[in-house]
Design a protein around this ligand. Structure first.
Ligand SMILES: Nc1nc2c(ncn2[C@@H]2O[C@H](COP(=O)(O)OP(=O)(O)O)[C@@H](O)[C@H]2O)c(=O)[nH]1
Ligand SMILES: [Mg+2]
Length: 356
C-alpha cells in the first residue's frame, strides 16, 4: 500500500517527502527520479500503553510514500502512468507566496491547480473507457455475452460520470459493477488527499486555510480529504531537537506538527486501521484493513498465530490504560474473548492465544 506525492513543479513535493520520511534525497531538480520512503504513523496511544509495560521497544505502524516528481504538461503521460501503481494520491498544492520560487502557471491559484489535476485524471480515464467500449461493442456484435454486457453498462455509467466532470471516486457502484471493471486501474477512482502547502504566516491558523483560500469546494467529498501544512516550517522542525521543536510549535499555538495529521489522513484514505499488541518486550501498532477479522489480524503478526488461532483476548486501549493493567481490566470485565470471525476495531489491544 502506498501513497504517491504529485503536483506541479516547485510546490514543495520533495520538501514534504523528505520530512515525511526523514529520508535524504540527493541532489536538486531530480524531477524525474522516483523516491520511495517510509513514514511512521504518529500514535500517542502507544506511549500511553508503554507507561503500563515499560517495554524494551515501541514499534509504530508505517505508510509508504513515493515522490513522483512534477506533473508538468510535457511529462504528463509518464506521470500518469506512474500513478497507476499508487493506492492514494497526495496532491501537493502551492498556496505559499514566495517571489523567489517561480510558479509554473504564473500565479497562485490553489483551486485551479486542484481542479486541473483532477481533470487530467478524468481525461485519462475517459480515453481508456472510450477505447475499451469500442472493443466491447465490436465483440458484442459477434456474440452475446452477459459478462461483457455488464461491463459495457458499467463503463457507460462511468463515462457519463466523467462527462459530467465528476471523478470516478464519487460514483457509487454495486459490487457486481465493481467486479465487472475490476481489471482497470482508473486514476480518478483513487482516493485523493489535497495537501495545501501554506506560508509560515498561516501556521497558527491551519484549520482556517480552506475558508481563507476559498477551497470549500474540495472539502467533504467522498474518498478525499484536505490538510494544510507549512512545508518550510515543518522542514525546520524536522531538523531540530525534540525540545526545541516543541517550543517552536508552541510559539505558533500548535500541539503537533501538521505532518502528523497528514500521515493519519493518508492512512485513513488507504482504508487502514491499527490494532495494538502490548507486553514487556514490545508495545506495537499493527496495520490491517477496515473490516478484517481477528484471524487475519493474527496473520499480520505471524502465519503460525493465524494457523494455530484459538482465540483473541480483546480490550479497548482506553479501558486498558484507565484500568492500569490487563488483570485490572479483566476484573472489570473489559477483556472480551473473541473468535476468528470477530471484526477487529480500530484501537483494540489484542492478545492472541494460539497452539503450536
Ligand atoms: N516559502 C516557502 N518555500 C517553500 C515551501 N515549501 C517548499 N518551498 C521551496 O520551494 C522550492 C521547491 O520545493 P521542492 O520541495 O523542491 O518542490 P517540488 O518541485 O514540488 O519537489 C524550494 O526552493 C523550497 O525551498 C514553503 O512552505 N514556503
Ligand atoms: Mg521535487
Amino acid at each position: 500500500m502506498q501513497a504517491g506525492i504529485i503536483g506541479l513543479p516547485q510546490v514543495g513535493k520533495t520538501t514534504l517527502f523528505r520530512i515525511l520520511t526523514r529520508a535524504h534525497v540527493e541532489g536538486k531538480g531530480a524531477a524525474s527520479t522516483t523516491h520511495v520512503g517510509v513514514a511512521k504513523v504518529p500514535e500517542p496511544r502507544l506511549l500511553e500503553l508503554a507507561k503500563l509495560y515499560h517495554p524494551k521497544k515501541i514499534t509504530y505502524a508505517t505508510v509508504n510514500y513515493v515522490d513522483l516528481g512534477g506533473m508538468q504538461t510535457e511529462r504528463m503521460r509518464e506521470a500518469l502512468a506512474q500513478l497507476r501503481e499508487v493506492d492514494v494520491i497526495a496532491h501537493v498544492i502551492r498556496v505559499f507566496e514566495d517571489p523567489s520560487v517561480p510558479h509554473s502557471e504564473g500565479s497562485i491559484d490553489p483551486l485551479r491547480d486542484a481542479t486541473n489535476l483532477d481533470l487530467e485524471l478524468m481525461l485519462s480515464d475517459h480515453d481508456q473507457i472510450t477505447r475499451r467500449l469500442e472493443r466491447v461493442e465490436k465483440d458484442l456484435k459477434k456474440k452475446r455475452d452477459p459478462a461483457l454486457e455488464t461491463e459495457k453498462a458499467t463503463l457507460e455509467k462511468c463515462k457519463a460520470q466523467l462527462e459530467a466532470e465528476k471523478p470516478l471516486r464519487e460514483l457509487e457502484l454495486t459490487l457486481e459493477e465493481k467486479k465487472s471493471i475490476g481489471g482497470f486501474l482508473f486514476l480518478s477512482a483513487r482516493p485523493v488527499l489535497y495537501v495545501l502547502n501554506l506560508g509560515d504566516e498561516e501556521a497558527d491558523k491551519l484549520d482556517m486555510a480552506v475558508v481563507r483560500h476559498k477551497l470549500g469546494q474540495l472539502e467533504g467529498r467522498p474518498k478525499s480529504a484536505v490538510v494544510g501544512i507549512c512545508g518550510r516550517l515543518e522542514a525546520e522542525l524536522a531538523e531540530m531537537e525534540e525540545k526545541e521543536a516543541a517550543e517552536l510549535l508552541a510559539s505558533y499555538g500548535l500541539q503537533e506538527p501538521g505532518l502528523n495529521r497528514l500521515i493519519r489522513a493518508t492512512y485513513d484514505l488507504l482504508g487502514l486501521i491499527q490494532f495494538f499488541t502490548a507486553g514487556e518486550p514490545e508495545v506495537r501498532a499493527w496495520t490491517i484493513r477496515k473490516g478484517d477479522p481477528a484471524v487475519k489480524a493474527a496473520g499480520v503478526i505471524h502465519s503460525d498465530i493465524e494457523k494455530g488461532f484459538i482465540r483473541a483476548e480483546v480490550v479497548r486501549w482506553n479501558d486498558l490504560v484507565a484500568a492500569g493493567s490487563i488483570a485490572a481490566a479483566k476484573e472489570k470485565a473489559q477483556v472480551r474473548l473473541e473468535g476468528k470471525e470477530y471484526v477487529v476495531q480500530e484501537g483494540d489491544v489484542i492478545l492472541f492465544r494460539h497452539s503450536g
